[in-house]
Design a protein around this ligand. Structure first.
Ligand code: SF4
Length: 329
């Protein structure tokens, strides 16, 4: 049977984070803080529109995510409930360090909890994430397992880690019995100390070593939207799927086609589509949800806006144009 590969879509709840001090993160830049100091939350209609599109395009949901201190927790639980209803199964979340009561509230809709560890070498971690220590995440992962959740972590490659640090990563996966690890290649953000992404070979090396050590764990590989020409390499190194691609904004672009083509070249069946809209009655998809009519109306309007953009890209792309590059998330 042909091995599969897929696109994992993160759904953002907010662009805001009250920590805002991790030195590689766009939320740490002065420009971002000025722009989003107060209101950076997405509307519920926009979040659910993302979920409806993702589900119908066959994109797996990577997790619901957002910075620290983004919203009243009951509101987050309500959103998780709606997103899991749209997908028809429980989902994953990555929302910082959660308390036991918070995890219990999420349990009917969530089956996996992700910790954004970023990097594991202790001194490097202290300097990269001064207000986001590893220990509380480790305690959360242990508690999450006791409560019956699956667990995962995210790791950023290119922050200054060394190949010798691989054992720290392997030990952490083993100790916390993670069922998934998501790697990201650092994307340098203007206003942070970083200016370069890691070389694709070096990035793939981390995935390859992790796959060798953990043959059964799910491994996801984040892309840097500027380049997607190393998808084949990442899948051959052992990634199960790719993530962190602006799939709505770049729908049916040459990059989207390249991701699908490279998956095929790597001998994988690519689940879902980054290039072709399904012919379905989108309004019906909204109507069948258990939501109030006002929210349904707002979702239909958003959905229409998103689909128009995705459709437009379709026309551009057939003329071999890259189109615009405005990220939706
Ligand atoms: S906690 Fe997460 S969202 Fe907040 S600044 Fe750090 S990396 Fe960015």
């Amino acid at each position: 049977m042909t091995k599969q590969a897929w696109f994992g879509r993160c759904i953002f709840l907010s662009w805001y984070c009250e920590r805002g001090t991790c030195n590689f993160c766009f939320r740490s830049t002065i420009k971002h803080k000025i722009r989003h100091a107060e209101k950076a939350k997405r509307s519920v209609a926009s979040i659910l529109t993302d979920a409806i599109i993702g589900k119908n395009l066959g994109w797996k949901i990577e997790f619901l995510t957002g910075g620290y201190g983004i919203s009243d927790f009951d509101k987050i639980v309500e959103i998780a409930k709606h997103v899991s209803e749209i997908y028809g199964h429980k989902i994953w979340i990555n929302l910082g360090v959660l308390k036991k009561e918070e995890m219990e509230k999420l349990a009917p809709y969530v089956d996996g909890i992700c910790a954004s560890i970023e990097t594991l070498e202790p001194k490097l971690h202290d300097s990269v994430c001064p207000d986001k220590p590893i220990e509380p995440y480790s305690e959360m992962l242990c508690l999450a397992q006791e409560l019956g959740f699956k667990t995962s972590m995210t790791i950023v490659i290119g922050l200054g880690e060394k190949k010798e640090d691989f054992e720290l990563l392997a030990d952490y996966i083993k100790k916390h019995k993670l069922s998934q690890t998501t790697f990201y290649a650092l994307k340098p953000v203007k206003g942070t100390p970083y200016t370069e992404s890691p070389e694709p070979e070096y990035y793939a090396w981390w995935i390859e070593q992790t796959r060798k050590r953990f043959p059964d764990m799910t491994i996801m590989a984040g892309l840097t939207p500027r380049r997607v020409d190393y998808v084949k390499h990442l899948l051959e190194a052992g990634a199960d799927g790719v993530t962190k691609f602006p799939a709505v904004a770049q729908f049916n672009s040459e990059k989207a086609h390249m991701i699908e083509a490279q998956a095929r070249e790597a001998g994988r069946e690519f689940l879902g589509s980054l290039t072709k809209l399904p012919e379905i009655d989108w309004d019906r998809e909204v109507e069948k949800l258990d939501l109030d009519s006002d929210l349904k109306q707002k979702i239909k309007i958003k959905l229409n806006q998103y689909l128009k953009r995705m459709q437009k890209k379709y026309v551009h792309s057939t003329k071999r144009s890259y189109g615009t590059n405005i990220p939706v998330t």
